[in-house]
Design a protein around this ligand. Structure first.
Ligand code: ZN
Length: 154
């Protein structure tokens, strides 16, 4: 194969890969409103587990385990959860900004907590971030609400 042909094939391959690995829009969006930053890369959210807790122990609650993968500099829209949220930061870094509280600097090997109904966002650093998220969640409710929406509307 001639070098010029090889270069052309490589460029085509890179272009195809860019299409394949492009983060899909709309992951995690709740409700009918498109996020303000719809054009920005959004985190990929993978549900790893959804497990109801024993009624005699913690009635009406379940635990959700999500793997959240942020592209570099991705920013989550402001949102809240009908539950308590715990983070374990696996890779990269992210700043968790919670209304009325100091921000959490999420770096690998550390953990963070978002209180019940607290409105928050997350901003990934230059390398993106990978975060294991565990929520004690109210059964039957969406896993999150955009700020200003949902019951109680915090
Ligand atoms: Zn959250």
């Amino acid at each position: 194969m001639k070098p010029a042909r090889l270069l052309a094939d490589t460029l085509i391959l890179v272009g195809l890969l860019a299409l394949v690995v492009r983060p899909s829009a709309g992951h995690g969006a709740q409700g009918s409103h498109a996020p303000d930053n719809a054009a920005a890369p959004q985190p990929k959210v993978t549900s790893l587990m959804q497990q109801a807790l024993a009624e005699e122990f913690t009635p009406g609650r379940e635990v959700l385990v999500h793997l959240v993968e942020f592209p570099p500099h991705a920013t989550l829209e402001r949102h809240w959860h009908p539950g308590e949220e715990f983070h374990y930061y696996l890779e990269g870094d992210a700043e968790i900004r919670i209304d009325g509280r100091p921000p959490i600097k999420g770096v690998p090997g550390t953990a963070g907590h978002v209180p019940y109904k607290a409105v928050h966002t997350a901003v990934a650093g230059a390398k993106g971030a990978k975060v294991l998220v565990v929520r004690v969640h109210t059964k039957g409710e969406p896993w999150r609400y955009v700020a200003g929406e949902g019951p109680g509307k915090p």
